[in-house]
Design a protein around this ligand. Sequence first.
Ligand SMILES: [Zn+2]
Length: 512
Amino acid sequence: MARFFLTTAIDYANGDPHLGHALEKIGADAIARYRRLAGDDVHFLMGMDEHGQKVKQAADEEGVSPQAFVDRVAATFEDAWQHLDISNDQFIRTTDPAHKRGVKALIERIHEKNPDDFYEKTYEGWYCVGCELFKRENEIVDGRCVLHPTRELQWTEERNWFFRLTRYQSFLERLFDERPEFLRPETRRNEILALLAQGLEDISITRSRLSWAIPFPLRSSNGEEQGTWVWFDALPNYLTATGFPDKSYRELWPAQLHIIGKDITRLHCVVWPAMLQAAEIALPQQVWAHGFMTFGGERFSKSAGVAFSLQEAIDRHGADALRYFLLREIPFDGDGDFSWERFDERYNAELANAWGNLASRAIAMVEKYRDGVVPSGERTPLDQADLAELVEYHAALDGSRGYFLQEGIKRALASVGRGNEYVQSSQPWALAKDESKRAQLDDVLSAVIRALARQCVLLHPFVPAKTEELWRQLGAPGRVSDQRFDGLAGLDAAGWKVRKGASLFPRTPNER
Ligand SMILES: [Zn+2]
């Protein structure tokens, strides 16, 4: 069984989970579930990034300790991911003792293997607390960070530890040359190539006066203990989650896939590989950078302050419908806009009318014409068309070109469209009136139930709970999550006892 270790970005613990966080987690979950159905041994990691000045500030404002503050925030995030049926196997927090131990070991290992990679220097520049980064001239507009226009930049001067990133310039150029798949999609790769072409700069990796941080293990020349820069603490979570520095970490590491937002590719594709190379540890296989979701043109983020909660979006039509809508509407390789109107439209047209109706009609016909037992029947053109389209479905989702989740859903949804057309054109209600057409009716009923069962498997990565529900209603054995794609060609529904249940996607005229 192939190991597939995938990760999402760890969310920064200074606010509540919003729809922007959810898009990434739902997308990653769809990939994790897809890999399980493909037969891989999946390990799916998520977590929280809990150190740094912003957390300290937010805790101070509430008058609680930073640890109490992040404990509460982490619980809120974990709760949201449960509501969205996210199937992560592990949830790491950077305040976990095991993580802190791993970060310390990683820094010490870099120092041992490449002692020149760390040096002390007095540094001054404009510092953005939003990014926790010193900003370059071209990242500042009107005296503000382009990513955080509501925050004041701070002129900061201090003596810090630096990481000699410049030493990894040619290593990174070679990496991007030899492994074009290392960062996808292509547009994101081109951005990093442009950045490398400009030339790298060494980076400051400690902060003095930073109390809410992992202590940097090397002592400064003046004896001061400094705090580790949040990103030098956060990036290693993917590694410390595997138990590093214990030798058994190699059972999981290297990760097959890091899923991140397009704004943090520099950290994941320049800083992180350089850190690993400095420690002589294998690099992850691939980084996938998704785009952003906007609402009325505004990015979802705490600082941009989008005005509704994740729970409100879940309550609209349920968690599965939200998962479906986000991945159907927003391309996972680019940007897209969220709107309630589109959500209602897709919910009603695609889930309630197209798919929900096909399911309830088919189940009702098996009950009415065959006492609820799915007859055996010949393979039909409906089976052939579905199986032929599997090639495109897998090409969109198996990572060979990237992760085109929207395309994967479209391919699965095409089977729903074909199923409805097939029912319409074969007129089972007419066949039922003519006893001489009995075998023909058997063929039609069994073909439609097989199609619904395949749809359960193909749509399971996107709508996990509703596909399990439909699977039960079809009378199929076991669970959808235990099925494998390579069993689809031989799938046979003969003898299944259908059980009509509640409507899968009740129409809810939710006016707003
Ligand atoms: Zn910023």
